[in-house]
Design a protein around this ligand. Sequence first.
Ligand code: GLN
Length: 487
Amino acid sequence: MPGMTLTEVGAAFDEGALTARELTEKCLTVARQNADTTHAYVTLTEDEAFTAADAADERIKRRSRLSILDGVPVAVKDNMLVAGIRATAGSHIITNYVAPYDATIVSRLKAAGAVLVGKTNMDEFAMGSSTETSCHGPTRNPWNTEKIPGGSSGGAAVAVAEGSAIVSLGSDTGGSIRQPAAMCGVVGLKPTYGRVSRYGLMAMASSLDQIGPFARTAEDAARVLSVIEGRDPMDSTSVDLEPSWKVPLRFPSSLKGLRVGLPKEYFVSGMDSDVERAVRDAVAALENLGAEIKEVTLPHAEYALAVYYVLMPSEVSSNLSRFDGIRFGTRVAGASLEETYRKSRGTGFGKEVRRRIMLGTYALSSGYYDAYYLKALKVRRLISNDFAQAFTEVDVIATPTSPSVAWNIGEKFDDPLAMYLSDIYTVSVNVAGLPAVSVPCGFSNGLPVGLQLIGRHFDEKTILGTAHAYEHAAGLREQLSSPTSIK
Ligand code: GLN
């Protein structure tokens, strides 16, 4: 049962071959069995899940399902609020925080009948690329438990890969949905900035953060997006647009007329040769489907990491100031107010979070603001312009999601620069606010490789349609359905 798509689940519900309770029980069993190996979850919400599943089963019996997600087990990253459930964001400073309200995406999932099975593990406050900085300990890759699952939404990616949830939600500030999706062999979509409400998502870097789905197929990702997207009065950056998909969804089987760009700056040294081969094969498959392949140029691509690693920590330093042991966060009292701040933040935050707060505070301080923060904002504009120019020539840009497959646990943990470099292909998408999807495109040494497809603002439809056509042509479903190193 785990490993089913939304369509398959829906058909099984309709035929009476499966109930929401049975599916929920099965997913929770996988989660429990793998708790010590993959460790995808921080909190399992079993009681709430069974209550929701039973209510869904009543509707299934009456043939009045609320949506494609009705009765479907869904996992949510631990930086999104579910009323009455602990939300830790992987940080010691808020291990006892219980969310007082539902994030908008959570209330939309609930209204659609989804069954929330649990909160998934993540890098502390979503800072990282390996899910190793969590205060709950690392999550492991189901394809090889010696390897990282990617990050920061590693738990949410693993949940779908191992089958403890049918779909899940992560957040992506610089690649945290796409990169773990690539490393775990599932589909991960980072929607356009503004497509999905961020209300109830603990902010990392507000101008870059976006919530999106993990799923087995592009079609499932599209279906989840259609449930969570849309204007929300509680998030002024969410936009009021036509939904990205009309129901029933229609996907192309041919890519005739589609122009796919390969940025010449991306296919240079630094990429694993197996990753390059898998991505080039995938691009050839797109061509076979009728797409026209063109080289494009993104002249400022080389500055994307630098821009991201100035802007992101600047926003982090501001957003995380609320965790001071007084307004939010566990208090470690000192003799003075300043000492209380110092002790609470010094003991509550992990090393990587503290590093970024320091970097950001520095970049924003007077005397350095112009040289770093303001300069980075200017280059941000140039990076956006590069994409806008490229999208006058092509409809989709194809790149690897990550320069390598999953690495060993611990390998880059003490080398932050090596860790940051692994984000090279994903960060510019957030810097420019664009949508992008990672779709599995093969294996290297038994570990999955991801193809990234980047689209125009609010054109999720084209990238997901391309991903869908590719999935069918590539025929990897069977191979991807059962990660090798777990039960
Ligand atoms: N790996 C990137 C970072 O550490 C992206 C994180 C994210 O998207 N949340 O900043």
